[in-house]
Structures are given as C-alpha cells and as structure tokens.
Design a protein around this ligand. Structure first.
Ligand code: AHR
Ligand code: AHR
Length: 480
C-alpha cells in the first residue's frame, strides 16, 4: 500500500498527492513529474518504476549534457491538482514575468530502498502553486496533510510551506491558509530551542501551538529526513512530526484554534502551495520529497500507519557530486574551456573572482591568485568549498549571484553561499561547479568575471549562448 491507500482506508482520502520520488498509491503508474531541459526546451514525464520509485535514470538520460528544471509535479489523486510554476501575487517572483523560479531537477538526490530519486530543492525565489485545485478543504472544513522534507535545508525567511492557501496568491486575511511550514522563522511563532520547527501557516502567522508566540512543546528538528504533519477541523488542529527514516510520529500540539481573531472558524480557500507563502512570499528555502492533502481529519492511527509506510520507503542520502573527483586538502586550479579562453584560470583580484591568463612561468603572486585549496563544503560536507591559497580563511562565495572572495564570517548564510557541488562538465570537458544553495546555478565566466549563472534567466550572465562551455572547467593540480 501507499500513503494514499492508507488514508483511504481511514476514511480521509487524498485529494492531492505530490512526489518526485515515488508513487503514493500502490496502483499509481502515471507520471510523477515533468522536467524541461535547457538544450532544446523539450519536456518529458518521469514515471515510477515497478518498485514505485521514480525512474531517475530516465531523467539522467534526458538531461545528459544540459540542465533540467522541474516544470510540473503531478497530482496522483486523479483530481488534476498538479503543481506548476507559481505566478506573482502579493509578491512577485524573480522571473521576468514575476513568476517564481523553477527547481533544478538534480538539487536533491536521494535513494529510496537503494534506488536513486530526486526531490524538489527549493532555493529562495522558487515556488509551485495550483490556484484552481478541486476537492481541497474550504472554509472551516476538515483536512490533513503531511510532507517529507530535508530537515537540514531551511532558513528564516517567509515561508517554506506545503498545503492550503489563497486562490489569488494574495494575503486575504487570517485563517485563509492552512499549510505545513518548516524553517526557523522567528517573526511569528517559535518552538523550543533555535529551530527549525514544524509550524502551521494559517496566514499572517506561523503557529507552533495555541499561543501565537512561543510554544515549548514544538521541538527543534534535527533529522535529515523529516515527516511533518498538520491537520485541522472546526476549533481543533494538530502538529505532528518525526524522523522520516525511522520510528514513529509525535504530537507536538493538539487542541483548540489560536485565540486570535480570524482563525476560528477558518476561511480556507483551497489553493495548493509549495515552497512559498500564501501571498507568494518567496524568500524561503527547503527540500520537498513527497506530500499529500486529505479530505477529512485523519486519525492519529492513520497518520501513524502513513509514517510506517514512509519509513519503509527507506529514504537515504545519495552523492551530490559526480565527475572528476576532488581531494579535500589539495590545491587545484580551474581552467576555462570556452574557445575564447582556454589559457584563462579562475583567479581573484582582491575580492573579485575572475579569469586570468596563467601559466607555469607566471609570477608567484598570480599563481597563488589562481590556486584554491579544496575544503569540505562549509554547509554540506558532501560538496566542497574553495579557500584562497594566498588569503587563508577567505573562500569563494556567491553574493547577489556574483562570485566573490570573502573572509568566512561563520554565518549559516556564508557557509551556504560558499558550498558548491561538482559534476561532470556539462560540455563534456572537466567539471561543472553547481551552487549547493541554488542548484540551477553554476560557476560561469562571463566577460572574464565569475558568477553563479542559470541556463537562461533574468541576468545578462544567465545567457543561454555559450552556457555549456562557460560552465565547464578543467581541474588540475594547483599552480601554487
Ligand atoms: O502567515 C505567514 C505569511 O504571512 C503567509 O505565508 C503570507 O501570505 C503572509 O505574508
Ligand atoms: O547570491 C545570492 C544571494 O545573494 C546570496 O545567497 C546572499 O548572500 C546574497 O543576498
């Protein structure tokens, strides 16, 4: 059985079921998600294998030698409640038409029972939505929902959500949403410790319990894979959570609606959001693997069976890197492969990261400027950070999508901005170096300056022309 078979047996059927990793009904054989590739704009649907796990190999074959984005996350419930690129609302997204960004298809690799699959890695600016969903709860009607998330990928911005929201992408008032939130925002509610917390986004508030402020019963989460569940019915709602890779769910809150005007009764509108707030606030980050919404208030017993099903799916981490191996502690230099520039290496001039012509006969200072010590990734040791050879403690990081050399300030944002994952060079040479936090974006030289660039986008340095060459670098032993 799948999670939605269990919800059906419990009398609270799925009215939306989204996953890029597996079928959520045992009998589901339709498409899980659609990817679009950068080379020619073609799309393909990724479906489950007979095991129920997504056919990641089909994605890898389709996306070979180019980039891919997740364009549609299909609804498996049969209601057509698919998630697509979120439109502008109270806030506009970063795309030129005000839409949000789409997720990279390769930002969140995992295995399920040993088989590779990909989650949805939501960077700030990324969001999916369906403003015309059918069968989802409206008004004060009962519903439940769960999502499996990456407990190590979050931030404090508004709002990494999955669930029920406004149909016009605007803040229409208290009680107009009922969604799972995951992150360490302290603007509204908080739980115990420093976060991240599972909270309910009920509009104009993230709630961790009955008080609109702190509720000590809602714990900080530190599991790599998290099951987060929210459910609500007239004057009753609950937060439940646990480790998606083992054990059972705990109830972090169950009780009355918040004693603040507008939340009892609720005014749910029934749209579905992923990765954003109800008004298209899009500064948050997180990773989504699977989730559903139900009709009716699921029993704890039903949710406990769903949790057992999730644990049995055996989510586990998969490598974030591929292609030529890098050795932590070694010194490397990175040579451009675009025809213009094959004698140029990634170097720095002060805090500017650029390409410069370097050879074995260059001055020592230039050789050092073009040499980098490979470090374990500051935010994720499955990837890498690049420390300057001549300015110890300074690392290549992105800032406003440019690459700069900055001293490590010890912050979580710095660590994330300075973490990069290597993969085989997209043009077939060397390696391409992907931002961990914005996996649609790669080290790119553009007019001899370095950026993190996407294959098409709003910046001049996102140009599709020469993209594959500009993002492919040959790694060698360092000049210094
Ligand atoms: O409730 C928190 C956020 O407040 C909602 O997601 C958003 O619509 C509003 O800005
Ligand atoms: O480079 C994109 C973002 O810009 C970085 O994450 C942040 O440091 C800056 O605001």
């Amino acid at each position: 059985a799948g999670p939605c078979d269990i919800y059906s047996s419990g009398g609270t059927p799925c009215v939306a079921a989204h996953s890029t990793t597996r079928a959520l009904f045992s009998a589901y054989t339709g498409p899980l998600y659609q990817v679009k590739r950068g080379s020619d704009g073609a799309t393909t649907a990724i479906s489950p294998l007979s095991s129920g796990v997504a056919n990641a190999a089909a994605q890898d074959a389709f996306c070979a030698g180019t980039t891919c984005l997740i364009t549609i996350i299909y609804d498996q419930s049969g209601r057509g409640n698919h998630l697509t690129q979120a439109p502008p609302g109270g806030f506009s997204g970063p795309e030129s038409n005000g839409y949000d960004n789409l997720a990279s298809a390769i930002g969140a690799p995992v295995t399920l029972n040993g088989q590779k699959a990909y989650g949805v890695f939501v960077s700030p600016g990324t969001g999916y939505r369906n403003n015309a969903a059918s069968g989802t709860a409206k008004g004060d009607a009962a519903e439940g929902m769960y999502a499996v998330l990456d407990g190590t990928h979050y931030n404090g911005a508004c709002c990494f959500d999955y669930g029920n929201a406004e149909t016009n992408s605007r803040d229409t008032g208290n009680g107009h949403m009922e969604a799972i939130y995951f992150g360490d925002s302290t603007v509204w509610g908080t739980g115990s410790g420093k976060g991240p917390w599972i909270m309910a986004d009920l509009e104009n508030g993230l709630f961790s319990g009955s008080s609109p402020g702190n509720n000590a019963g809602d714990p900080s989460i530190s599991y790599r894979f998290v099951t987060a569940a929210i459910k609500g019915q007239p004057n009753q709602w609950a937060i439940r959570g646990g480790n998606a890779a083992s054990g059972s769910l705990s109830t972090f809150y169950s009780g009355a609606r918040p004693q603040v005007s507008g939340y009892n009764p609720m005014s749910k509108e029934g749209a579905i959001i992923l990765g954003i707030g109800g008004d298209n606030s899009n500064g948050a980050q997180g990773t989504f693997y699977e989730g559903v919404m139900t009709s009716g208030y699921p029993s704890d017993a039903t949710e406990n069976s769903v949790q057992a099903n999730i644990v049995a799916a055996r989510y586990a981490v998969a490598p974030l890197t591929s292609g030529p191996a890098l050795t932590v502690g070694s010194s490397i230099s990175l040579r451009a492969t675009t025809a213009c520039c094959t004698t140029r290496y990634i170097a720095h001039s002060g805090s500017t990261v650029n390409t410069q012509v370097v050879s074995s006969s260059s001055a020592t200072a230039l050789k050092q400027q073009a040499s980098w010590t490979v470090r374990a990734g500051l935010a994720n040791n499955a990837c890498f950070s690049f420390e300057s050879r001549d300015t110890s403690g300074s690392y290549i990081r992105h800032s406003n999508f440019g690459l700069v050399l900055n001293a490590n300030d010890g912050s979580k944002l710095f660590a994330e901005d300075a973490t990069f994952c290597t993969q085989a060079g997209i043009n077939g040479q060397g390696s391409s170096i992907r931002s961990w936090s914005y996996p649609t974006r790669y080290f790119r030289h553009y007019n001899n300056t370095l950026y993190i660039a996407s294959n098409g986008g709003v910046h001049v340095f996102d140009a599709t022309a020469a993209f594959n060459d500009d993002v492919s670098f040959v790694v060698s032993g360092g000049f210094a």
